[in-house]
Design a protein around this ligand. Structure first.
Ligand code: ATP
Ligand code: MG
Length: 424
């Protein structure tokens, strides 16, 4: 990180030595002021993209967004982050609620005006340690206030992604959203849909795995953004099932550092609450939402499995071992028990069941939970069982007997097979 810092400083100094104005800009200044390590450094400069490329060399630069004045200056080292250098600019004419139709190169003051939130509109000169604040960002940063630059209504009208960015920063930083800014968010929430699913899901993912994810969820649902996002297609019935939603929030609050599929599963469960549809239909809805939110296939499996198995093991003490083992052998079992525990605490329910399951999982060695099968398909074929559903049924019965510790050898497996065949 020190190397990132040094390189970002060097880029600014090289521009300044060539006679241009150059500052660190945006998120890196905000993080720097908060004594957080910036994820990446952005530089804003009076140099035009061509100047920047000439100065740092064509091989060391990438003209990624030349039309917007953005050039990437490469560090040339794998461990040192590249720096994005952007010419001071003004964004013109937003028409589709997502991006400007054109930009003109301008001044630091104007460049600050095009940014979203006051604390994201700061410049910092690392050579002189001077802050250049044209938007009151420093004060808001110190008082913990999230405020749109300029007229909030116009700014959210221009670019709907800012709705989610604002909520993400408010939650992540534990800041208060200024009244007019909040008002404008609520008024524009239903227009979030013009933003691409990629960008929406990127923001949602970041919010929902954040330590302040509960705050983010409350802001999302209070503003109407929850219903306007991909979650809306699950029925968007959060506000009509307040109790279920409260319980979900209290459940999510219990988690220490959950992965995205777990948080999502709890939300999905609450959204499916009123659904009277079949398990298959619900499964299909969960998968559709997962794809909409750009989860990987494995994450979709993960979240869907959790929703479909939540509360499947009530009264586990009185269930056959095979049933417990078949479920707990899943790679997602730990997440499921984490959820069961959090939900029990949130709902003021006894913890006996989940304690039992947790003990069972931690005390059962892997080879007892999931021992190699005693018989395989070839054994059944050799015994004259035709392939297909009937074979599957027999294999399952033999497997259950093994997991229930009723049989433990291949011979016993074959004996059981003969008995089962006679019963048919
Ligand atoms: P982080 O990188 O932690 O997500 P960030 O604020 O650095 O936060 P970036 O996407 O890296 O976010 O953007 C850098 C800067 O560009 C922001 O700080 C802000 O000044 C400006 N910016 C980014 N997105 C927008 C937007 N949608 N509207 C206006 N300005 C934006
Ligand atoms: Mg950034």
């Amino acid at each position: 990180d020190n190397a990132d810092y040094a390189f970002a400083l060097q880029v600014v100094q090289q521009l300044q030595e060539a006679g241009f104005i150059a500052y660190w800009a945006g998120g890196c200044v905000r993080d720097f002021m908060l004594s957080k390590i910036p994820k990446d450094y952005d530089v804003a400069t009076s140099a035009r993209p061509d100047d920047v490329r000439k100065l740092f060399g064509y091989k060391k630069t990438l003209a990624v967004g030349a039309a917007f004045g953005v050039v990437i200056v490469r560090s040339g080292k794998r461990k040192i982050a590249d720096v994005e250098v952007a010419t001071f600019r003004t964004d013109l004419d937003y028409i589709d609620g997502r991006r400007p139709t054109d930009v003109v190169f301008s001044t630091p003051e104007e460049d600050a005006q095009r940014r979203d939130l006051t604390f994201n509109g700061l410049f910092y000169d690392p050579s002189s340690s001077q802050i250049h604040d044209f938007v009151g960002g420093q004060k808001d940063l110190e008082s913990g206030i999230v405020r749109a630059i300029g007229r909030p209504a116009d700014r959210f009208e221009e670019d709907k992604l800012r709705l989610l960015r604002t909520i993400r920063f408010a939650a992540h930083l534990d800041f208060k959203i200024e009244a007019a800014t909040w008002d404008a968010i609520c008024k524009n929430a239903d227009k979030l849909g013009v933003v691409s699913a990629e960008r929406i899901s990127h923001e949602l993912r970041r919010m929902l795995v954040d330590p302040h994810r509960v705050q983010a969820l409350k802001l999302l649902s209070d503003s109407g953004l929850m219903d306007a996002s991909s979650f809306g297609m699950m029925g968007g019935e959060i506000n009509s099932h307040v109790d279920e939603w409260q319980l979900a929030i209290q459940t999510i609050e219990q988690f220490t550092s959950p992965d995205f599929p777990l948080v999502l599963a709890v939300i999905e469960h609450a959204l499916l609450y009123s659904s009277s549809e079949s398990r298959e239909a619900n499964k299909h809805r969960l998968e559709t939402l997962g794809r909409e939110l750009r989860l990987s296939n494995q994450e979709i499996d993960h979240a869907t499995w959790l929703v479909l198995h939540f509360r499947c093991l009530q009264k586990p003490q009185s269930r056959p071992l095979a049933e417990l083992k078949r479920l707990l052998v899943s790679p997602y079992a730990n997440d499921l028990l984490q959820w069961e525990q959090a939900a029990a605490i949130a709902g003021n329910e006894p913890l006996d069941d989940v304690d039992f399951l947790q003990d069972f999982l931690s005390q059962t060695p892997a080879d007892v939970l999931n021992p190699p099968p005693l018989l395989g398909g070839h054994d059944l074929l050799a015994a004259g069982v035709p392939g297909g559903p009937q074979m599957k049924l027999l294999l399952d019965q033999i497997r259950d007997a093994q997991l229930n510790l009723e049989i433990s050898s291949r011979e016993e497996g074959l004996e059981l097979l003969e008995r089962l065949k006679e019963q048919r």
